[in-house]
Design a protein around this ligand. Structure first.
Ligand SMILES: [Zn+2]
Ligand SMILES: [Zn+2]
Length: 1008
């Protein structure tokens, strides 16, 4: 007999088989064959959101990368022509901070001493290294991409496309330089924008000093304002105190002004006024003797936003050290004192504090206030405080010049564009709208080094020159163009240009761009927007030269692939990449750059906590790939509803492996019997039995449902459909057909083979390795499952499927009833009554067989009865001596149920509150019910049933003996049994144990 199918081991070794498949794909060039096969087919445009090539891929990246691969594979199986360009994000603060760490640099001065050219070289090396690492990890995960043609956001080409965008923005009058108070990272030495900082993770609980400081009023001897602050370093820059005009303020006996607190005794105040009455009063500043404070007149100003919930109701205002403070300085024409430099150290003009960090001045500030009797109270406070999204340093406020793109005119068009996008989960669409409605102007400048060089050349004549391309730069350059090896600092800084207005020489500003410009432009830079002709390796320019072979296509290519049909990234990208790409696309083309989005939440550890290297619960992606396997990881990601965090870990992985085993065992079962019976899938098929027709229909329904799930980007629905199908396949079709497999029924084998191989095709995008591995064994050793296309869903007999669903529910409940009654399944029973499962009516025979009952009846289940008991404390006084007779009558069931829950007993009417009523199973019946379906098993046993129970016990025992003696599935036996009664059932025993003879004797068997 030909051994057609390779036998399977008891459990799959996922990592081992995955390595084999990776080699196979590599050797056979499967991916490129697939791309070739689909060329010219219908298009499915996917745009990859670039992963930062800065560290290895983590398990949190693997979620998104799995989803990307699942849908690219699915669409490819359906014949779609696709773009497989992976993207790497390569410049900006992410990369700089990591390079600083690796070089032991800790400030901008360190970087400048190290040298910008060298620093740029190290940044490029780091990107090149980790791009390589991530590529290998992604391949291991099973991600199919055109890995030799990845795009790199630091290429000169990408930079030039951003320049074009910025020139367009300037043309519309949206570009401006703003003088603003901004959140500032003293370590990175740069301002940070709202969209970078908006995430929850950018806030931590920190402890800070809490100071109540007295500010003596100049005109009112003995009276002082009291202000509250948690930032002592800002007090030397104080210029005003704000009160809420319509709030009530009171003067205490100690001469201190606070807002009036209702909970205090009204007599606590010697005077009360409205805030507006304090406005205009002058006071002595807390640090008037500092040179920086020379000439500053401190006064009380009105401010409606003063919080009455915390502090004293009087707010210390330092416009150089706070955002609201700065706004108030514009309204009230206040001086702006800037206390700190870009590294967060006190500037000259602040006396002894000069050169110290904001933390280091806390002590001397408090000490000085204390000495001068200005400190009313001092303590500490723990509060939520912003930290740098990149380096985790607590942020400060500084007033600086930054470059902004006004969001006012683009807001409406962006909202309109978002309305055309199909979001999954759908409620994220509203999140995007909320972000767009509230977004401020886009702060695009960073005072850093290795980033997009902003092409802004402000001339002393007042004209702002913006360069829109490298060609324009070359044409207008007046010096040092020859040293421009790439569009990065320091080389670009040396190139001066001619002012288009006055002809003078102009230098570039020093700032670089927000990294989200880099990622936002890729729908244009990688697709060749406006490019007259294709340039081979045209995206392998500048810093990307040598790292990729990516071409720069021409404009017709862009027209073909823009907008993307689909993008996917994590939900936080709403305020990051989804926002920046939309901003740029709506500006340049007036529409969204994507038609559909799938956004997903975060990866947590298996107990739901955030993963951190420091807490030891982080899981290394390489380790996970080799310990649980890529398919298992992918399964975990795909099973997860994207709107909820994933709890990822080895525990959940083991659970997935257990569940996958049902499918594995079904394939293994098939292989065993197919080999025993020399099954040939190519042989013509004979007539189908009812159960076969059901499985064919069930398989079609699975294809239909899973296809619909893929079409709506729902991997969880695909996984659920697969799980249910495998359960039906294994626990219904195979279970119910065992005898046919033993007998080598070719039709059963064929129907099972078709169901299994179809299931492989459907689940292949989710578990490409296992699917390929089993496909090579079941279908074709030489051709990939990914070249086999997508299975057609055949006709579905929904009526039949509904019937079997009902049958399976009846059987399930029947088993529960048996378990509750303590009767084992091998014991035959007389009768089962089923209520509420009409679709199962025509399958009574199957139910009887499954539950081992002689008869299945459909109808009302009258297997429970009413029990009524007297409520003695009420009935005793009411009935007196006749209570005894009523009690007996109730016990014996001699009562009549009346309307409204009353009962008549022995001529007495009992009210509902005078009795306790319950329903109990009738003696001799086991009942189980669920959701409108009830089954009742008649548990009465008679001689015949007991004898049959012994027959099944015997069969069970004999089959255990067969296994114990190592007999093959097909071996025939001779059997001796000790129980003469059971000889009458010899035929049944022979059939179920493959015995050729059954004789009386001590229990034993021998191979026939
Ligand atoms: Zn920082
Ligand atoms: Zn000029």
């Amino acid at each position: 007999m030909a051994n057609t199918f390779a036998p399977l081991p008891p459990v799959p070794d996922h990592p081992a088989l995955e390595h084999e498949i990776l080699e196979l794909w590599e050797r056979e060039g499967t991916f490129f064959k697939l791309v070739e096969r689909n060329r010219g087919g219908p298009r499915f445009g996917f745009m990859d959101g670039p992963i930062t090539a800065n560290n290895p891929m983590g398990v949190h990246h693997a979620w998104g990368r799995t989803i990307k691969d699942v849908f690219q594979r699915y669409k490819a199986l359906r014949g779609f022509d696709e773009r497989y360009q992976n993207g790497f994000d390569c410049q900006g603060l992410h990369v700089e901070v990591e390079v600083e760490k690796s070089l032991g640099l800790d400030s901008k001065r360190d970087i400048e001493e190290y040298g910008l050219a060298e620093f740029a070289a190290r940044c490029k090396e780091r990107v090149a290294h980790f791009a390589g690492v991530i590529t290998e990890q992604s391949k291991r995960l099973g991600m199919w991409m055109d890995w030799n043609n990845s795009y790199y956001t630091f290429s000169d080409t990408n930079i030039e496309f951003i320049w074009r965008f910025l020139k367009e923005v300037q043309g519309r009058g949206w570009l401006y330089k703003g003088h603003r108070s901004t959140q500032w990272c003293p370590r990175c030495g740069t301002s940070l924008s709202k969209h970078e900082q908006a995430g929850e993770e950018n806030y931590v609980e920190l402890e800070h000093p809490s100071l109540f400081v007295r500010l003596p009023l100049k005109e009112r001897k003995g009276e002082s304002l009291v202000v509250w602050t948690t930032t002592p370093w800002t007090l030397p820059a104080n210029v005003a105190a704000a009160v809420k005009p319509d709030a009530e303020y009171g003067l205490t006996r100690e001469g201190l002004w606070y807002r009036v607190e209702e909970k205090l005794d009204p007599d606590a105040y010697v005077a009360k006024v409205r805030g507006e009455e304090l406005v205009g009063l002058e006071y002595e500043g807390p640090f008037d003797s500092l040179p920086a404070q020379e000439g500053v007149v401190h006064r009380v100003i009105p401010w409606d936003e003063v919080s009455l919930d915390e502090g004293t109701g009087i707010v210390h205002i330092a416009p150089g050290a706070g955002a609201d403070d700065f706004e108030l300085s514009r309204v009230h024409d206040l001086p702006v004192l800037m206390p700190i430099d870009e590294s967060g150290r006190m500037l000259p003009g602040y006396g002894e504090l000069e050169g110290r960090t904001t933390n280091a001045v806390e002590e001397p500030v408090i000490e000085s206030l204390h000495e001068r009797g200005l400190l009313v109270d001092v303590g500490t406070i723990v509060h939520r405080y912003p930290i740098c999204w990149r380096c985790k340093t607590p942020l400060l406020f500084r007033v600086v010049d930054d470059w902004f793109i006004s969001a006012e005119e683009i807001r409406g068009p962006m909202l309109e564009a978002n309305a055309t996008v199909e979001w999954t989960p759908s409620f994220y669409s509203k999140r995007m709208d909320d972000w767009l409605r509230n977004m401020g102007d886009w702060n695009i400048s960073r005072k850093r080094y290795f980033g997009l060089p902003l092409p802004f050349y402000p001339c002393s004549c007042g004209h702002l020159n913006v360069i829109g391309s490298r060609a324009e730069l070359e044409e207008r350059a007046t010096a040092r163009l020859e040293g421009l090896q790439e569009l990065h600092r320091p080389w670009i800084d040396a190139v001066t240009i001619r002012c288009e207005e006055c002809g003078g020489d102009v230098e570039r500003i020093a700032e670089v761009g927000d990294a989200w410009l880099d990622a936002g432009i890729v729908h244009f830079s990688t697709l060749g927007w406006g490019n007259p002709q294709r340039v081979e390796h045209g995206n392998a320019t500048g810093a990307a030269a040598g790292l990729t072979g990516a071409d720069l296509p021409d404009h017709s290519y862009w027209e073909k692939w823009f907008p993307a049909d689909w993008v996917t990234e994590s939900r936080e990208q709403i305020r990051l990449w989804f926002y920046s790409q939309s901003f740029m696309a709506v500006t340049l083309e007036g529409r969204s750059s994507y038609r559909a989005v799938l956004a997903y939440e975060r990866v947590r550890d298996e107990t739901g906590r955030e993963m951190h290297k420091s807490t030891g619960n982080a899981i290394d992606a390489n380790e996970a790939l080799e310990r649980m396997g890529a398919d298992v990881m992918r399964w975990i990601y795909c099973a997860q509803p994207p709107s909820q965090n994933i709890n990822f870990g080895y525990g959940p992985a083991d659970e997935v492996k257990r569940r996958l085993l049902t499918f594995w065992n079904s394939v293994s079962f098939f292989v065993t019997y197919a080999n025993v019976n020399g099954f040939d899938p190519a042989a013509p098929r004979s007539e189908l039995k009812a159960l076969d027709r059901w499985l064919v229909s069930r398989t079609s329904a699975f294809v239909r449902d899973a296809t619909a799930a893929y079409e709506r980007y729902s991997t969880p629905a695909v996984v659920v459909a697969f799980d249910r199908f495998v359960d039906d396949l294994s626990n219904w079709y195979i279970r119910r057909s065992r005898r046919r497999f033993w007998e080598g029924d070719a039709t059963a084998l064929r129907v099972l083979w078709k169901a299994l191989t179809t299931a492989l095709q459907v689940i292949a995008p989710v578990m490409p390795f296992l699917a390929e591995h089993l496909w090579r064994s079941l279908v074709s050793a030489n051709e990939s499952i990914f070249l086999a296309g997508w299975p057609e869903a055949g006709e579905v007999d929904d009526t039949l499927l509904t019937e079997v669903v009902a049958v399976r529910r009846v059987v399930e409940l029947g088993r529960q009833a048996r378990a509750a009654s303590g009767l084992k399944l091998r014991q035959p029973l007389r009768r089962l009554v089923v209520a509420g499962a009409d679709p199962a009516r025509s399958h009574a025979g199957e139910i009887a067989e499954e539950l081992r009952v002689k008869d299945v009846e459909f109808g009302d289940v009258d297997a429970s009865e009413l029990r009524v008991k007297p409520n003695l404390p009420l009935l005793g006084p009411k009935l007196g001596p006749v209570l005894r007779d009523v009690r007996v009558a109730l016990q014996e069931g001699r009562f009549e149920a009346l309307e409204g829950g009353r009962f008549r007993v022995n001529g007495h009417v009992l009210e509902p509150n005078e009795v306790f009523v319950e329903r109990v199973g009738k003696e001799g019946w086991a009942v189980a019910a669920d959701d409108g379906l009830t089954v009742a098993l008649d548990t009465a046993l008679d001689e015949e049933l007991l004898r049959e129970g012994r027959v099944f016990d015997l069969i069970h025992k004999v089959n255990a003996m067969r296994r114990a003696e190592g007999l093959e599935l097909t071996d025939r036996i001779r059997l001796w049994i000790p129980d003469e009664d059971l000889l009458a059932y010899a035929d049944r025993i022979k059939e179920d144990t493959l015995a050729v003879s059954v004789e009386l004797g001590e229990l034993r068997l021998e191979k026939a």
